[in-house]
Design a protein around this ligand. Structure first.
Ligand code: ATP
Length: 236
């Protein structure tokens, strides 16, 4: 059974269709990526999974339970957590305060402290800068805070929306290593990326979205050898 199953999701902005009949499956323990150009509907898809954007039709099943139609905090409590595009940090709050906000639905204080230690082990830089205002960090460090904040909520499935956006290639590599490490620690990952190299590097399987529809999906070898992916995303 898949950890996450999206069945025929359709969503609109007003009358305009943003995603149409999108189905996908994420198996427990995997990294699954979603690639596609600007405006393909990737962020909208993640937002529908989180209950942040209403569906026009379709349903989302997480761990065997229908979650579409539920409030976002109910969805987050079940372990489906989003690291949003653009990081959305509180720039005037410290790194530590930003991280703690990710644990706001968790009541066990010891568990929060243990998770914080795990986040610091993954990103030692964040411990060094824990009292610094988040807005004063580099782009890569801010992305680490955003990912760390997501981890503070104890995700079973961590959805990441374009974590590489605006980062230098060497920092993108660090983000890729962090995604692998998070996954090796047992967190399933759904990664939305315009950086197709990163998306194919870290994932076990991948979906390509074009104008709101899934045009191709499969394991990474299948995606790499596909003419659609080569032409549209890998420069030939
Ligand atoms: P990006 O990489 O730019 O984030 P994306 O693949 O995530 O692109 P979406 O942001 O999901 O794409 O957008 C899908 C479609 O929905 C696009 O045509 C976009 O213009 C439209 N859209 C997105 N957000 C809104 C909104 N708030 N109001 C109206 N239309 C929107």
């Amino acid at each position: 059974m898949a950890l996450l199953e999206a069945n025929s999701l359709t969503a609109h902005y007003g009358k305009s269709l943003a995603i149409e009949d999108v189905s996908l499956q994420v198996s427990e323990g995997d990294v699954v990526s979603i690639i596609g150009a600007n405006g393909a509907g990737k962020s909208t898809l993640l937002r529908t999974l989180m209950g942040l954007k209403p569906l026009s039709s379709g349903e989302v099943v997480f761990d065997g339970e229908k979650i579409s139609g539920k409030q976002t905090n109910e969805i987050v409590k079940r372990g489906l957590i989003l690291v949003p595009e653009g990081r959305r940090l509180f720039p005037y709050l410290s790194v530590l305060s930003n991280l703690r906000l990710g644990a706001s639905l968790i009541s066990d204080k010891d568990e929060i402290e243990r998770t914080l230690e795990d986040v610091y082990r993954l990103f030692p830089r964040l411990e060094e800068r824990k009292n610094q205002k988040a807005g004063t960090l580099s782009g890569g460090e801010q992305q680490m805070v955003a990912i760390g904040r997501g981890l503070m909520g104890k995700p079973r499935l961590l959805c990441m929306d374009e974590p590489s956006l605006g980062l230098a290639p060497i920092v993108v590599e660090a983000v890729g290593r962090a995604i692998r490490e998070i996954n090796e620690k047992g967190v399933t990952v759904l990664l939305v990326e315009q950086n197709v190299h990163l998306a194919l590097e870290v994932a076990h399987s991948c979906y390509a979205l074009q104008v709101g529809k899934v045009v191709l999906s499969g394991d990474i070898a299948t995606m790499r050898s596909s003419d659609v992916v080569k032409k549209a995303y890998l420069g030939g």
